[in-house]
Design a protein around this ligand. Structure first.
Ligand SMILES: [Zn+2]
Length: 292
């Protein structure tokens, strides 16, 4: 039935999408797609047994404007609800869902979401890294799921409360772990850690690239390398595998000055507990920046 609403989509994709849903035996069960693992985790924790939640993206990486692949399109078409970070991270997804507001929940549009503007003046899309946003979003997710499955509304609201409690617990623990990191001056690869830093009182003194994941300039790399050598920056924080891809001026820095931090949970098991674990995992990795 959903193919009718997507008259412009290629017919083959419609057939695939309907086929997949039928094979999976969804029946009347609500089917929800989430763009990245932290969002998938929040949706799964609120949905409980009340919905099937799947990851929209094939890749678990930070998606930053990546094109939607045919396999992802099939999931996009078959979902009753698509929960995603927002237009700043996923402009193509936002454009495709723009004429179907009842089927989309862009989280950065949820009232009460705290948005950060990055150095270049654009909205920093990494808004899931503010735990306050994640807690607020669980309520918005519960409301959106309840509109689709009103019978389960009480269950969704209860689950959202439990999810908020789990997030608060992880925040308190991360706060303790990060104690020795406060007062340090950090630099980051692309500007991906601003929300987390603001939430936990950390100082990002410099960044190699803007929040849209553009490649770092050699000029910025040379500047940050000099700042680290002069002791004005304590630690360079990059994404998983980022150490091997650093521009030349940074490759000779002492390895103790560089930590890899996974902000999308690529190294964690997917599911309801991923989001609270992500908050703790980031804290544990940043702790390595502190003198032993
Ligand atoms: Zn990013």
């Amino acid at each position: 039935m959903k193919c009718i609403r997507h008259a412009t989509a290629i017919l083959a994709l419609c057939v695939t999408a309907v086929g997949t849903a039928a094979l999976a035996g969804q029946g009347d069960r609500l089917l929800v797609a989430a763009d990245i693992l932290p969002v998938h985790s929040l949706v799964a924790s609120v949905a409980g047994d009340g919905a099937e939640v799947e990851l929209l993206r094939d890749s678990r990486q930070d998606p930053h404007g990546h094109a939607i692949r045919p396999s992802e399109m099939a999931r996009l078409i078959s979902a009753d609800l698509v929960v995603y970070v927002g237009a700043a991270l996923e402009p193509e997804l936002a454009a495709r869902l723009s004429d179907e507001p009842e089927r989309a929940l862009p989280l950065t549009d949820v009232p009460g979401t705290r948005l950060r503007v990055s150095e270049g003046g654009a909205v920093d899309p990494h808004a899931w890294l503010a735990p306050g946003n994640a807690r607020r979003w669980t309520e918005a997710i519960a409301a959106a799921l309840s509109r689709k499955a009103p019978d389960a509304a009480r269950e969704f609201a209860r689950n959202a409360e439990a999810a908020q409690a789990a997030i608060r617990e992880a925040e308190a623990e991360a706060d303790r772990v990060l104690e020795p990191v406060r007062g340090l001056r950090l630099a980051t690869g692309h500007d991906f850690l601003g929300y987390y830093a603001e939430s936990f009182g950390l100082t990002i003194a410099d960044t190699l690239a803007p929040a849209d994941d553009a490649p770092p300039s050699l000029l910025a790399a040379a500047r940050v390398a000099a700042e680290v050598r002069a002791g004005r920056i304590d630690c360079l924080v990059v994404e998983p595998g980022g150490t091997a891809r650093l521009p030349a001026p940074l490759r000779t820095l002492p390895t103790a000055r560089i930590v890899e931090v996974d902000v999308v949970g690529v190294t964690l098991d997917p599911g309801p507990s991923l989001y609270p674990r992500l908050l703790r995992d980031i804290a544990g990795r940043l702790r390595r920046c502190a003198p032993h």
